[in-house]
Design a protein around this ligand. Structure first.
Ligand code: MLT
Ligand code: ZN
Length: 449
């Protein structure tokens, strides 16, 4: 590895290669504070040619290279597991909106908010939305196949992706930036690279589908006493409303943590065991329809309704969960997916397991109920003790679920991948890795052990 920093400096100039320990420290810890790493330097390329050259140098010096976008992934996938180069995409900017075709061509370092600000000028938006919109980057969202709050209606990041430009680990620059809706000419690079967590190549630009910005939003915050009740409301809402945009779940422990942030007041007298947030969006305000719908459900203990900008006040309770949990400590974030029918049994399994074997642990359950995606957050877990995570993942596997719904595997779940992917499945993924990154320099320690 000796000499790699000097080689990078010769190619890029010393201002593009950061080695000052104080400056690089922010690239060496993930957003939760759980995953830490070390690096020889941070490199901030400004175009795909520079990315290609960086990979060439990394290969020449056998130096690991970890790609980092907004650093808001929650499984340590962008925090270097091995000391090498951190390639930050933050200067890979540029947004081109084609309003006629309803597509956007964006640099990997563009944030979700930046894209939506620009798309909004044309009455459009990117369909995937998430609370970390001000820092999450387009390259990172593609690399992790981010899901977000509108997946039930529009699908996740993969379903919006029409094109990609990336430098593969073998040095090849792949350019599929035409933005065609149909292109059936063999292996589909956008699909291959989406969700690959920086292990196959460095994404430099992408082409996304955009969708028209809805004129109105109607939102209900609903308090319910049981998870079964929440599921019945959800199932009915899915058949009743064609404009359903989100069905999110919260539970008492999470709402209490949000309350501790000291912002808004919880709109009901008591905090029920669970709360649902249902959003409809489209050409009309539909709060009356939502009110009628909720009246027909005995499971509803309390409900509050709001539309358009006032809906943000109800969303506050869901969107502040991640921050509120981090305020309470460094969490274990288990983002799992389950067959919807199995959710009540799974929730019971987690609560009983923790009560019986780890009563000191605080469980915060929330997530995207409409997608069967539960975020199991655990507080007060000893850093060196992974046993509870494994037991919960084993439970997920036994219910026919997946150990990662939308955050990816990263560093957090490499030891549990075999629970929901077979040996031949993993071996085939490794063959792909060896073919596209033959020097095995990209994101070591991520996805595979
Ligand atoms: C969310 O749904 O808010 C995100 O996935 C973040 C998280 O899980 O904390
Ligand atoms: Zn989520």
């Amino acid at each position: 590895m000796a000499g790699v920093v000097e080689a990078l400096e010769r190619s890029f100039g010393s201002r593009s290669v950061i080695t000052d320990p104080e400056i690089i420290s922010r690239y060496l810890i993930d957003w939760t504070g759980r995953f830490k790493g070390d690096a020889l330097c941070v490199l901030r390329p400004v175009n795909s040619w520079q990315v290609q050259r960086a990979l060439e140098i990394a290969r020449e010096f056998h130096t690991p290279l970890t790609t980092q976008g907004g650093n808001t992934g929650l499984v340590g996938g962008a925090t270097p597991a091995v000391r090498g180069i951190v390639l930050s995409t933050e200067l890979l900017k540029g947004i081109e909106i084609d309003a006629e075709l309803q597509i956007a061509k964006v640099g990997a370092g563009v944030t979700l908010s930046e894209l939506n600000l620009k798309a909004g000028e044309a009455g459009l938006r990117f369909a995937v939305d998430l609370a970390s919109r001000d820092s999450a980057t387009m390259g990172g969202m593609v690399a992790t196949n981010a899901g977000g709050i509108h997946l039930i209606r529009y699908g996740g990041t993969r379903q919006q992706l029409l094109g990609i430009e990336a430098v593969l680990g073998n040095g090849c620059l792949i350019t599929r930036m035409e933005g065609l809706l149909k292109d059936n000419t063999g292996y589909d690079w956008p699909s291959v690279l989406c969700g690959s967590e920086g292990t196959l190549g460095v994404i430099t630009s992408v082409v996304f589908k955009l969708t028209p910005m809805p004129a109105h939003r109607s939102v209900a915050l609903i308090s319910v006493d049981t998870i079964g009740g929440a599921l019945r409301i959800m199932t009915d809402a899915k058949t009743r409303f064609s404009q359903l945009n989100a069905i999110e779940l919260m539970s008492r422990s999470g709402i209490e943590l949000v309350q501790l942030l000291g912002g808004d007041r919880w709109p009901f007298q008591a905090i029920g065991a669970f709360a649902l947030l249902v959003e409809l969006s489209g050409a009309f305000i539909e709060v009356e329809e939502l009110a009628e719908f909720l009246d027909s459900h005995d499971e509803v203990a309390d409900a509050a309704l709001a539309n358009d900008s006032r809906a943000d006040g109800l969303w506050y309770w869901r969107e502040r969960h991640t921050v509120a949990i981090n305020h309470a400590g460094i969490p274990r974030k288990l983002d799992v997916s389950l067959p919807i029918r199995a959710i009540p049994a799974f929730v019971g399994y987690v609560n009983e397991l923790v009560e019986r074997e780890h009563p000191e642990v605080k469980v915060v359950l929330f997530g995207h109920l409409g997608d069967g995606n539960i975020h199991v957050n655990l507080l007060n877990v000893d850093e060196s003790d992974d046993e509870l995570d494994h037991e919960i993942y084993a439970g997920v596997a036994s219910y026919g679920g997946s150990i990662s719904a939308e955050h990816g595997i990263g560093r957090a779940k490499v030891h549990d991948l075999t629970l929901t992917r077979s040996d031949s499945d993993i071996e085939s993924m490794k063959s792909l890795k060896r073919a596209l990154d033959p020097s095995m320099i990209l994101n070591p320690g991520v996805l595979f052990e």
